[in-house]
Design a binder for this molecule. Sequence first.
Ligand SMILES: [Zn+2]
Ligand SMILES: [Zn+2]
Ligand SMILES: [Zn+2]
Ligand SMILES: [Zn+2]
Ligand SMILES: [Zn+2]
Ligand SMILES: [Zn+2]
Ligand SMILES: [Zn+2]
Length: 463
Amino acid sequence: MTESPVNIPVYDGSLASVRSSSSSVDRLRQITGLSRRKAELQPKWKNGELESKYRCSSCNNYLRFPIQFEVCGHHVCSSCLPDIMRIASRCPTCQQPIAKDKIVNDKDLEKEIQNLEVYCTNKEKGCDWFGILRNFPVHIETCGFILIDCLNECGAKFERRFLNKHQNEDCTKRTITCEFCKTSILFENEISHLNICPEFKIPCPNQCSTQEFSRQQIQNHLDNECSKQEISCPFHDCGCEYRANRTIITQHIKDSSGIHLNMAGKTISIQKQLLTLYEERSNEQKKWIELLARKINALEKTYGSQFIWKIDHYQERLQDARTNIKSTLFSPQFLTSRYGYRLALSICLWGDGKLKGKYVSLFICIHRGEYDSLLVWPFSHRVTFTLLDQCEDVNNCRHITCTIKPNICQENKPFLGRPITERNASFGCPKFIDMDTMTKFNYVKDDTIFIKVEVDNEEMIFI
Ligand SMILES: [Zn+2]
Ligand SMILES: [Zn+2]
Ligand SMILES: [Zn+2]
Ligand SMILES: [Zn+2]
Ligand SMILES: [Zn+2]
Ligand SMILES: [Zn+2]
Ligand SMILES: [Zn+2]
């Protein structure tokens, strides 16, 4: 039993508020239900004409999943019902008003219609299918007389029974395999492909033999094998200007060994002279580079971004720090370059805050400078502190370094921003050196220590 796709009891009749005349219903019948079902293929009825009781008065086709109006007994297709209810809510046959709860599925009629005997739509073209209406849609899926678009999208339409032959043998957009390189190409592109196919066989352009070469081999043949290819004498770089085809060149090499040897000798001698010349020049350049390196080194020491702080009377200052007489010492101010940032160091020899007695704390701070308006802010350069070991053996010095990379963020503006007062807040290494370490090696010598500070100037813009 075939089920109706329309669930009648829940059909929403609330949309059926528009009333219209029968003429507009006819118009709508043409543009909605009728046109929708017209697109379907209709079978040929065995009796020639379909009896009117099997025909939908809305779309004029055979009734599909018929609906019966209780009020008049007339039928329409279930797919035609929504439009009827929306536009007029009247029976299209007798124009009686229809109540949405007075419609029923007519399953018996559906069965009767589906068992009607029919021929295929394409009977005239030669299709001899005959059966009941229920099986007609299945037949249409395989009917050899139905027009179908070519699947290769060449634009042609064919009856299904001719399609295979067209797609495999005649279609210009069918895929074929190149007989030379075996790649898949469209039939219509075959000629243009053969013009570039790497495996296509072509004869030698010098016609050295009847042998044919694949396109990708021909260059190799000309460069290395072809007896008729014109080439230079292999002693060309030594000065032999002779050019001829490969066979004659072979003979030329045999005949001219004396001349070639002479040329080669001369060439070697010239090369040797050149080599000596290059060596001399290279040594000169090396000396120049060394000289420049020394000059740069000296310049860096004079104008470079480094400063050495000498702190004398160490023991006395340490005692002052320990007894809180003077816990912090300040260095003289220095510039990172001639017109650079103005900086100064501060040191707590007995440690800062909670670190008292445990670590030497070292800080740096940015002072207001004359050229601040020309500099880049915030200050972002890496700073390296070094406690210098004053050991006499320079190669054995055990300097201790600590590097800080300023973290540019809004919170660090008081430290790294352009100074608005005389000086910014200090930042640096609270745990610069362990207090015990200060007594080791030669960090303190002649009651003096040295602290070097270097500011990384790789990305610094010099004014
Ligand atoms: Zn209908
Ligand atoms: Zn009616
Ligand atoms: Zn057919
Ligand atoms: Zn085609
Ligand atoms: Zn090919
Ligand atoms: Zn050749
Ligand atoms: Zn030669």
